[in-house]
Design a protein around this ligand. Structure first.
Ligand code: SF4
Length: 457
């Protein structure tokens, strides 16, 4: 556990220093959100699909133990080795031991937010093992030694010119090049050589099917398939909430996932893995890392329904204008803000406050997670547990007293209005963080209450 709470607002200031970047980040994610809207309107049964997905996941959360054991049994019957990891450390150690046993010191990895959550790359690097991320966005941020800023669009905070500079430095492309086709081709050549020379590949898991013991990995670049099919050993890392009961349920989730994420009808590659090919080893590492604690929190267990589409991030006005890195957590945005306090309440106590509670996240969520309600509930838990700063606590206690007493309410608002009329600069000045991007309107001569008392018939 951490000793102190991090500060989303302070971290956002770093991102906010570059105003044009904030504007296009905002606009780009809003454009993705609009693509999601068009795609969801394109199928009349959209709301039925959301309801079905939410109910299937509800069933999963209530039968997690049985479904996971069924999955393990069926996967083992298919020739897959199943490992269980209680936490990030165990996950990383299992993967390291699998590689060490075969004398492998270089591995490729397709997109897996779980490995970000477990800090796998850093762990393996400390053991002398090189990991190359093969998703294009992930590779870009890896070359820049940054974490992904979005769960679906890891490099969405970067411009073409940033990518050009990074590739010039690391891949030797022409200085100043910004043509996406040229840059993508350079990445393709670089990664192709990597695919052909690595003996181990790690993938994430989007859906694991208890009934068959198989699992599905969704990508748009085919990089998971390329790595898994060329490698001697395929390791899949899976948070235990990725389980679904039957293959027939897959259609519900596959139709929702990419429409919600990018507005596409389906990912370019939805790859089904069941068993290793002859001569290959296949391993699945099923990870808890705080998930069973979250499952036990009645108000927050629904957060485990998440299928990591990123729609709540694309729609969130705070995320769009503060950038993913300000959330200091592998999963950023609204969903990250309800998952992170479960992992470390003190460190992540700032995140549930990084929201306007407008509810847009809950409206777009394909599995109907009550995200903004959970953000609100986390605030209450954090206040009760003593993780809210003294200043905030005192001012809210004061506000509670004022709002509970009509006399105090009238007195304090009349005083504040008179003060603001005399000295408006007291509120509108650069020392007041609230007024940096807003202007308080002129205080009226009288309150609504006074006006009403005079004018009511
Ligand atoms: S919480 Fe819902 S909207 Fe957000 S990433 Fe998860 S599934 Fe998508």
């Amino acid at each position: 556990m951490s000793q102190h709470t991090l500060d989303h607002a302070a971290a956002s200031e770093v991102f906010n220093r570059d105003e044009p970047r904030v504007d296009w980040h905002d606009e780009t994610l809003w454009w993705v959100r609009q693509k999601r809207d068009r795609a969801s309107k394109g199928i009349p049964e959209w709301e039925d699909l959301r309801e079905a997905a939410s109910r299937i996941k509800h069933h999963v959360l209530s039968n997690m133990d049985v479904l996971l054991e069924t999955f393990e049994r069926n996967a083992q019957n298919n020739g897959v080795t199943v490992h269980w990891a209680a936490n990030a450390q165990e996950h990383n150690e299992i993967i390291h031991s699998l590689l060490a046993k075969k004398g492998i010191d270089r591995m490729i990895k397709s997109k897996s937010m779980l490995t970000e959550e477990c800090h796998l790359n850093d762990f393996l690097r400390s053991k002398g093992i090189e990991v190359i991320d093969t998703d294009l966005g992930e590779r870009i941020v890896q070359l820049r030694q940054e974490p992904p800023s979005h769960i679906v669009l890891p490099a969405i905070h970067l411009k073409k010119s940033d990518v050009g500079d990074t590739f010039h430095e690391h891949l030797g492309t022409e200085k100043g090049a910004t043509d996406p086709q040229y840059l993508t081709e350079a990445a393709r050549q670089h990664l192709r050589e990597t695919f052909l020379t690595r003996r181990a590949a790690l993938t994430g898991v989007n859906f694991a099917i208890a009934e068959t013991g198989g699992f599905v990995v969704c990508t748009n670049e085919g990089n998971a398939d390329m790595g898994a099919h060329l490698s001697e050993i395929h390791i899949a890392s899976m948070g235990f909430e990725k389980i679904i009961p039957k293959a027939e349920h897959l259609g519900v989730f596959l139709r929702l996932l990419t429409r919600s994420a990018t507005g596409q009808p389906v990912t370019a590659y939805s790859s089904h893995f069941h068993r290793p090919r002859p001569g290959q080893e296949m391993h699945i590492v099923i990870v808890d890392n705080g998930r069973s604690t979250q499952l036990g929190r009645e108000d927050f267990r629904n957060s485990l329904k998440c299928i990591r589409c990123g729609a709540c991030m694309n729609t969130c006005p705070v995320y769009r204008r503060s950038g993913g890195h300000s959330y200091h957590n592998a999963v950023a945005g609204p969903i990250g803000s309800i998952l992170a306090p479960n992992l470390d309440m003190r460190k992540n106590a700032d995140l549930p406050f990084a929201s306007t509670l407008c509810g847009s996240c809950s409206n777009v969520c394909p599995v109907k997670i009550d995200i903004h309600d959970q953000l609100y509930k986390w605030r209450q838990v954090l206040a009760k547990e003593g993780y809210v700063g003294g200043m905030k606590k005192t001012s809210l206690q004061l506000a509670a007293k004022v709002l509970a007493s009509p006399t105090l309410f009238k007195l304090s608002f009349n005083t504040a209005r008179a003060a603001l009329r005399m000295a408006p600069w007291a509120a509108n000045n650069p020392l007041n963080a609230w007024s940096i991007h807003r202007e308080l309107p002129d205080a009226p001569k009288e309150s609504f209450r006074q006006w009403y008392e005079k004018n009511r018939k």
